[in-house]
Design a binder for this molecule. Structure first.
Ligand SMILES: Nc1ncnc2c1ncn2[C@@H]1O[C@H](COP(=O)(O)OP(=O)(O)OP(=O)(O)O)[C@@H](O)[C@H]1O
Ligand SMILES: [Mg+2]
Length: 363
């Protein structure tokens, strides 16, 4: 039986819940062809939310790309070209006839996606420079936008910052400035890289309305979880407390409880056991990550996971045998490596499971 609590793939039709206000807000922003930067801590549900939103936009063309894996600017162009080709309406032969009209300087070949079995349209990009590929992309989008409004979603957008010399952000800005019925939606969770792209003096400054995705509302959790488990509100609060509201971890714990105790009255002990199971399942990868740290970074990580604030007090520094300066520079290193993040001048571990693993291991 399919679990009502997905935690490894995007929430889809029947297992997506809550987020009514967020869906309305995104609708308002994109309805006037404005742009959106949707950000949050890791695994709060950005991708699920935007995919859900696109599925409700029957009269618009929704184009969704995830650029997490790109290793070159050309990869970025290729992913967009593939997706623009695949959203063309009609059967394969209709699309094949349409593509040369949309893309004047590009040829596409047909392929089959090995995981989904769907037809792919693969652009041959080697004859064009990167800037020319981007020009082809926007020529096609602008031509499509004559008949339909378009919503273009770029997930894991911070990846464009990897290629400093190509200035993808500045190039995008040039096309985004054109008055077209296109909404650009950018998603990401690496706060500092993402915010740098949109900060004052950056090309994308004020080019998108910012929205932070917070917790799914408690009321929505209560009603959805109670549909599938025999559980009190207090225990649901307990789960959300443990997960610090990270949607994925909440779903994972609910999944385990549902798998083992779906017809039983849920007790606190089941929740703690489920958390233990999650952390044990991640022990290998978290230990491997921890192993890559230098001694001082290990100390910094331990201090941060086992103390709430005031990491620089003398007794802690003495206990760990680390100076204030070394602790500071180790924390900064962990920040650069994206193990830590910073908000309102406070350091935090954006991956809640990793934080809980640290607490369990080192307390
Ligand atoms: N509204 C929702 N209803 C049910 N499950 C959800 C919802 N939103 C997110 N989830 C679940 O939480 C998990 C994380 O969601 P998702 O991948 O969309 O988050 P994300 O913010 O894009 O994460 P990342 O930071 O890794 O990109 C998924 O397994 C998904 O099924
Ligand atoms: Mg995502």
């Amino acid at each position: 039986m399919k679990s009502p609590f997905p935690y490894e793939h995007c929430a889809q039709k029947q297992d997506f819940f809550g987020r009514i206000e967020e869906l309305n807000n995104i609708n308002k922003i994109t309805d006037s062809s404005n742009n959106l930067l949707l950000h949050s801590k890791r695994r709060m549900g950005k991708t699920s939310l935007v995919k859900k939103f696109l599925s409700t936009q029957k009269n618009k063309i929704g184009i969704y790309v995830d650029i997490f894996d790109i290793t070159s600017p050309e990869d970025f162009a290729k992913i967009l070209l593939k997706e623009i080709a695949s959203v063309q309406k009609g059967d394969v032969s209709t699309v094949v006839k349409k593509l040369p009209k949309l893309f004047k300087r590009l040829r596409f070949s047909l392929g089959v996606d090995s995981t989904t079995g769907e037809i792919n349209y693969l652009p041959s990009i080697k004859d064009l420079r990167f800037e020319e590929l981007i020009e082809e992309i926007f020529d096609a989008l602008f031509s499509m936008a004559k008949d339909n409004e378009i919503i273009l979603v770029i997930d894991e957008f911070q990846q464009v910052a990897l290629f400093k010399d190509k200035k993808i952000d500045a190039l995008l800005r040039k096309y985004m400035m054109k008055d077209m019925p296109i909404s650009y939606v950018f998603l990401g969770s690496k706060r500092h890289i993402l915010f740098e792209l949109f900060q004052y003096k950056s090309p994308l400054f004020e080019m998108a309305t910012q929205m932070e995705l917070e917790c799914i509302k408690k009321e929505d959790y209560y009603s959805y979880i109670k549909d599938h488990l025999i559980i009190t509100k207090e225990l649901i609060d307990e789960i959300i407390d443990i997960t610090d509201c990270e949607t994925k971890l909440t779903q994972h714990i609910c999944h385990i409880i549902h798998r083992d105790y779906k017809n039983k009255d849920i007790e606190l002990e089941y929740i703690n056991d489920a958390l233990k199971e999650v952390l044990e399942s991640k022990n290998g990868s978290f230990s491997a990550l921890f192993d890559t740290f230098t001694l001082n970074k290990k100390k910094a990580f331990k201090i941060l996971t086992t103390n709430d604030g005031n990491y620089f007090r003398q007794e802690l520094l003495t206990e760990y045998g680390i100076t204030r300066q070394t602790l500071m520079s180790s924390i900064k290193q962990l920040f650069i490596e994206q193990v830590l993040d910073k908000r309102d001048n406070k350091w935090f571990i954006p991956d809640r499971a990793l934080e809980l693993w640290g607490k369990m291991k080192f307390k």
